[in-house]
Write a protein that binds this ligand. Structure first.
Ligand SMILES: Cc1cc2nc3c(=O)[nH]c(=O)nc-3n(C[C@H](O)[C@H](O)[C@H](O)COP(=O)(O)O)c2cc1C
Length: 370
């Protein structure tokens, strides 16, 4: 069992770093979100303070690296490299699903290395929601947290991936109430995250009521797990699964849309992820109401291509771009950025209006007061 999980994880890394597994026809919706340029920013770019406090933790910038991996020796190196840079930059990081290490103790170090290399950074443990109806409970959750001395745990929802992969676990009945049980018993925050297909307002409302302390929308427009499974099926010459991966490649709620649906529905911190590829998109996410912006695939790619140096470069560019976008909108800190006017157009505005969400107040809100 643990070996199978390891092989699958190694496949995911190889495929996500080698092939184009990004959404093709679906986009994040951030292209429909526009800042109103401020010709008189009246602030000093060098004095912009990117720091923010979320989940009672101080981040030097509102940026995280999303859950990617663990469970293999290569994954150990990837986690170590990412953790080192995350610590250096004062950001946050999620490890990949810890199931492999819960099944085989020898694999714990492939996750624990993250805390070793990032003694003070915000670290998020990770388990699958569907595992909670397949025997996992508070004991396994506590073990996953202890393994990396985590600040929070992410319970991931991946029905799309489970539906298109051969070893898919598709009985999701009861996942919500199990999440509620965990959230009530645990003293650390439970964050529920998707894995690239987004979260709608209806689910966000139920998750908040269940006691969840944060939601990571992980919407569509970036890495597609259907695409990852397409390439796995192709390698195995499984035409049926390959077709499923292809047809569902672009399934999901675009990230910007999911983000607005969730922030207008709940009162807990929301993390934006899924296809965030530069600092302007991170800035748009914060302006729409996200507390943090997070990304996975570009950091994985950087790690494989150039290790620590390339991760540093990727994240420092992202932060510099974010700072620039803040300067050009006159936002001195992330709280101010959440108040600058943004205009939502196109499919994103249309969807949100049809679903009864408010897009106009974003455009009409007054810029940061000077
Ligand atoms: C190779 C790979 C492995 C992943 N494994 C996990 C995982 O174990 N647990 C999880 O919650 N998300 C996992 N994800 C999903 C990411 O955390 C993220 O939600 C998704 O990739 C969308 O972000 P992106 O478009 O920036 O890549 C994985 C992503 C990639 C690329």
């Amino acid at each position: 069992m643990a070996e199978k999980t390891q092989k699958r994880k190694a496949d995911h890394i190889r495929i996500a770093a080698t092939y184009n597994v990004q959404a093709k026809r679906n986009t994040t919706g951030f292209e429909d979100v526009h800042f109103v340029h401020k010709a008189l920013p009246e602030i000093d770019k060098d004095k912009i303070d990117l720091s923010t406090v979320v989940f009672d933790h101080k981040f030097s910038a509102p940026i995280m690296v999303s859950a990617i991996t663990g469970g293999t020796s290569e994954a150990r190196k990837i986690n170590a490299a990412i953790a080192m840079v995350v610590e250096e930059f004062g950001l946050g990081m999620g490890v990949g699903s810890q199931r492999a290490a819960l099944e085989d103790k020898r694999l714990e170090k492939t996750f624990a290395v993250a805390r070793k290399k990032a003694p003070t950074a915000f670290l998020v443990a990770n388990i699958g929601g569907v595992q909670l109806v397949r025997g996992y409970g508070i004991k396994e959750v506590r073990k996953a947290i202890e393994m990396i001395d985590a600040d929070a745990i992410a319970i991931h929802l991946n029905p799309l991936q489970e539906a298109v992969q051969p070893e898919g676990e598709t009985s999701f009945h009861g996942v919500l109430s199990r999440i509620g049980e965990i959230a009530k018993e645990l003293d650390k925050p439970v964050i529920v995250k998707e894995t690239g297909a987004g979260i709608a307002a209806e689910e966000a409302r139920k998750l908040e009521a269940a006691g969840v302390k944060g939601i990571d929308v992980s919407g569509a427009g970036g890495t597609s797990f259907a695409a990852v499974e397409f390439f796995r099926a192709k390698g195995k010459r499984n035409f049926h699964r390959r077709r499923l991966g292809e047809v569902f490649w672009d399934w999901g709620i675009p990230t910007a849309i999911s983000l607005v649906e969730v922030v207008q529905t709940v009162n807990i911190p929301v993390i934006a992820s899924g296809g965030i590829r530069n600092g302007i998109e991170a800035a748009k996410a914060i302006a729409l109401g996200a507390s943090l912006a997070s990304l996975a695939q570009p950091v994985l790619q950087a790690t494989i291509e150039g290790g620590i140096k390339k991760i540093r470069k990727t994240l420092s560019l992202l932060i510099e771009e974010l700072r620039n976008a803040m300067f050009l909108t006159g936002a001195e800190n992330p709280k101010h950025l959440q108040k600058v006017p943004v205009v939502i157009t196109g499919k994103t505005a249309e969807w949100l209006k049809l679903r009864g969400f408010d897009v106009e107040s974003y455009a009409r809100r007054s810029a940061v007061s000077q």
